[in-house]
Write a protein that binds this ligand. Structure first.
Ligand code: TYD
Length: 206
């Protein structure tokens, strides 16, 4: 079996940068790496982008055109395909799988939408549990500076409030799921990378 690592955090936390750096770190040590993300680039992911995300880079906001339940089901459907077609087979092949977001995003975001946490956990029960989940944590004020350039001004307050709820949810989830580790995402990119590598070595390679 390979190794399964997930990056989580609010929009603008630096997940994709760190996922890429960690993938390069593993590759330079001779590991076969699959770097992937959710929502995926498959038909389900495209459907989510069309129906749930507003098309811009601001991520998910409250103007969703479908019910929150349908939204949660779409993310779960996308994930089911992701697990059965890519994550599962790659782990069986002994690869290192690094995913930028996974079911913890559904728990943090769709819970923030007002859905029941237990229902969301049940819905995602099929998802293979990762060996390690890195939660990149930073205050919403900081993350908003980073995503400011990619969001619509009029939606700013709405986005900030949702992000605050999502951040709190992530911190609560970190107490419930022992595979989650919190990393301070306010440091420099290189410092954060060093912290993540430290956790990987300590938790997975020793
Ligand atoms: P994001 O990582 O921003 O994708 P991209 O950079 O490709 O646009 O994810 C899009 C948004 O979807 C983000 O605001 C988080 C949200 N999301 C959920 O609400 N639930 C989920 O299960 C996932 C995977 C993402």
């Amino acid at each position: 079996m390979g190794m399964f690592i997930v990056m989580e955090g609010i929009d603008g936390a630096g997940k994709s940068t760190q996922a890429k750096m960690l993938a390069d770190w593993f590759k330079s040590r001779g590991y076969e790496v699959v770097l992937t993300k959710e929502p995926t680039d498959t038909a389900f992911g495209r459907l989510i982008r069309r129906l749930v995300l507003t098309g811009g880079k601001e991520g998910i906001i409250d103007g969703a055109r479908i019910s929150h339940e349908a939204e949660a089901l779409l993310f779960a459907a996308d994930r089911a395909e992701h697990v059965s077609k890519l994550i599962g087979p790659s782990l069986k092949d002994g690869k290192v799988v690094i995913s930028d977001r996974y079911f913890y995003s559904s728990l943090a975001y769709q819970w923030a939408r007002g859905l029941d946490l237990e229902w969301l956990i049940d819905l995602n029960r099929f998802a293979i549990r990762p060996d390690l989940v890195i939660l990149l944590d930073l205050p919403v004020k900081e993350s908003m500076k980073r995503i400011n350039g990619r969001s619509i001004k009029s939606e700013f307050d709405k986005i900030a409030e949702l992000q605050r709820n999502v951040r709190e949810n992530y911190l609560k989830l970190a107490e419930m799921f022992p595979e989650m580790r919190i990393v301070n995402a306010q440091n420099t990119v290189d410092d954060i990378h060093r912290d993540i590598v430290g956790l990987v070595e300590q938790e997975l390679l020793e």
